[in-house]
Write a protein that binds this ligand. Structure first.
Ligand code: HEM
Length: 635
């Protein structure tokens, strides 16, 4: 009897997922069944590497089938792809038959239908959630896994991919009495997200992405013609950069770069590094192809630099974020395929995406849904808890360096002073190398509850031109409001839509009794009401993962999509489009360390012990020989 009860519950589909499974094809139902049993045992991340990769392959397939929703009906035109064999300023002309898809100002897509929950925009009140569950009590770092370069890197990527168009109408949020004492701002105002009619019966209102969603380096090149003109020198294909290796600034002190919103010194440092990389690619191309004019040099250098950025993100940054052998293998398979780099270098992309990787396949694939980034993707990237309260500067001139290559601390600067125009002034005094080494040695924050930076709860945000907004905001509360305003599902609905087992009680989410006590205070016993952000930050983490599993499944889908839907990572990832030397540059760059070494020779040799520039620099190198033998060809 006990066994039969066990077997029926164990082998049956979770009742709350049945309506989703009912829409699947028989083969997909079977595949779902396989991953569902693994999920019930909480097993996939404990499986041997190849089985773990297989699980993720099945999951990604199901998400491609059931978690891509197109929003909006704007249709572009067919165009001559050969004429546009370069990345345009506004992201047009990338999809092979529709020039508009993926360009600036198109709709955010969705990974699931807009939330059906009946809870109101202020239920529970966003400042109550922010104060009771997010406010930092004391800084929690994430150990040696991830440093401030990694934190800046992801902001650098966000500013390449996504930002929402705002309305002209403002919302005002007032902190209720019960938490007012714990709120740096008793009330604050901000612009609503602009809701735009989609013309479609399914998702009636959507929002527009003011950045180009392609992985096209728009964070340094701009999102349209004006942005691109601002950053170019129009000589030898190069971009503007100051003598000291940092960004140039306009007369108001705003950096001259592709994206200048909500920047801080760590972020502009990366912009400057990749401007240097772009300019070095221009020099290299000019040497090999002396006939290339300014325009040709610019276009090719942009293709190469954007691909270098995408590659570093895929096989260096992500691997540090999700530090397990399965993900190390999975991300390298995304770029190089199961047969690994050596095979691909030698034979080229002669086999399909599984054996030779997503990059270089013959045709871009969008799984029947035009490419865009999604509302849910934005939500899972809300990672402001990565930011500390202070930047710890190191003295790289000191002669008393310890054996672990860790220079002594010279100063601790409040993060507020490193943001915006003030931050730019400070950075110019600090200089590139000291800033890079200092960020390398500082762990960033853990993505967990009670770790939201206090200074961001009274933050002067910027407009798209990099100008300060007059009204400071409580970003922690605002983020809760944003997800609700945009119809992003709350935590449990989000999980169901991602084919994950929903929670039924707080203990399913966390073992932390203090957290459970506050969840009960804020949400009562209603687990359905739990905000997505709170769930993502509270969830028990898989060993080695800096983010929650729930967030990870969105990454799994979108990380591949950014590569496989893009013509310049597929059909046009070839020497005809990139040039032989350009493609060689992409193929020979594996990590951020490679780029730092090119432009600041000696820096990592002197100051870095670890293998990746994204780990805390005095941590030991990765023991690569722990990777199973059968995967060595892929690594
Ligand atoms: C000093 C550093 C940073 C500052 C000052 C900053 C500030 C802001 C502000 C003011 C917003 C707009 C909020 C709104 O209007 O809804 C925002 C949005 C966002 N930020 Fe940050 N941020 C910083 C770093 C980061 C980092 C490290 C991440 C990590 C992933 C991140 C991810 C995001 C995301 C995903 C959004 C939402 C974008 C959207 O609504 O389309 N930010 N940030």
């Amino acid at each position: 009897m006990a066994f039969s009860l066990f077997s029926t519950t164990f082998f049956s589909v979770h009742p709350e997922l049945r309506h989703i499974v009912a829409k699947m094809t028989p083969l997909d139902t079977l595949l779902f069944y396989v991953i569902h049993i693994v999920d019930k045992l909480d097993l996939w991340h404990k499986l041997p590497v190849l089985l773990g990769v297989a699980y993720l392959g099945i999951r990604r397939h199901l998400h491609q089938r059931y978690n891509l929703f197109h929003v909006g009906q704007i249709k572009g035109q067919d165009y001559d792809t050969e004429e546009y064999s370069y990345r345009t300023a506004d992201g047009t002309c990338n999809h092979p038959s529709d020039d508009i898809i993926g360009s600036q100002g198109t709709f955010f897509g969705r990974n699931m239908p807009p939330s059906t929950s009946q809870y109101g925009l202020l239920d529970p009140h966003p400042t109550v959630v922010a104060t009771k569950l997010f406010a930092r009590r004391e800084f929690i770092d994430n150990g040696k896994q991830f440093n401030m370069i990694a934190c800046s890197w992801i902001q650098f990527m966000i500013h390449d991919w996504i930002d929402h168009l705002e309305d002209t109408q403002q919302v005002e949020i007032k902190a209720p009495d019960e938490v007012a004492n714990g709120c740096p701002l008793k009330s604050f105002k901000f612009y609503r997200t602009k809701g735009v009619s989609t013309g479609s019966p399914h998702v009636k209102t959507g929002s527009l992405n003011t950045r180009t969603p392609w992985w096209d380096g728009s964070v340094i090149y701009g999102n349209n013609e004006d942005g691109m003109r601002r950053v170019r020198t129009f000589k030898d294909g190069k971009l503007k950069i100051s003598e000291d290796g940092l960004l140039e600034h306009d007369e108001k002190g705003i950096p001259i770069s592709g994206d200048v919103r909500n920047c801080w010194a760590g972020f502009t440092l990366l912009q400057a590094l990749f401007v240097k990389e772009h300019n070095a690619v221009c020099d290299m191309l000019k040497e090999h192809y002396p006939d290339f004019d300014d325009e040709k040099l610019y276009r090719h250098a942009r293709l190469v630099t954007s691909a270098v950025i995408a590659k570093i993100h895929t096989i260096d940054w992500t691997v540090e974020l999700l530090k397990t052998d399965t993900l190390l293998a999975g991300m390298r398979i995304n770029w190089y395929g199961f047969l690994g780099k050596k095979f691909k270098d030698f034979f080229g992309h002669i086999l399909g995406p599984i054996l030779s990787g997503l990059v270089g396949v013959k045709k871009p694939r969008d799984h029947g849904v035009p490419y865009s980034l999604t509302e849910e993707f934005v939500s899972v990237y809300r990672m402001h808890t990565l930011l500390p309260d202070k930047l710890i500067l190191r003295n790289i001139k000191s002669t008393t360096t310890s054996e672990d290559k860790c220079p002594p601390i010279s100063e601790e600067v409040p993060m507020m002073e490193m943001a915006g125009k003030n931050g730019e002034r400070r950075l110019s005094k600090i200089g590139v190398e000291q800033m890079m080494v200092s960020m390398g040695h500082q762990a960033c924050g853990a993505i967990t509850l009670w770790n939201y930076p206090s200074w961001m709860r009274n933050l002067v945000a910027h407009d798209v031109n990099g100008e300060d907004r007059p009204d400071p905001v409580d970003l922690a509360a605002m983020e809760i409001y944003r997800d609700r305003e945009r119809g992003v599902a709350r935590y449990n609905e989000f999980r169901r839509n991602l084919l994950m087992i929903p929670i039924t009680k707080w203990e399913d989410l966390t073992d932390d009794e203090d957290v459970i006590e506050v969840l009960l205070d804020v949400y009562g016993n209603d687990v359905e009401k739990l905000d997505l952000q709170v769930g993502l930050h509270a969830e028990k983490k898989i060993k080695g993962f800096a983010i929650s599993e729930t967030a990870f499944f969105i990454f799994l889908l979108i990380a591949s999509r950014r590569l496989e839907a893009d013509r310049f990572f597929t059909t046009n990832f070839n020497s005809q489009t990139y040039t032989d030397k350009g493609l060689e540059r992409v193929n020979n760059t594996e990590t951020l360390k490679d780029v730092i070494d090119r432009h600041f020779p000696g820096t990592t040799k002197k100051w870095m012990r670890c293998s990746s520039a994204f780990s805390v620099w005095d941590s030991p190198p990765n023991p690569r020989n722990c990777i199973p033998l059968y995967l060595r060809s892929a690594t």
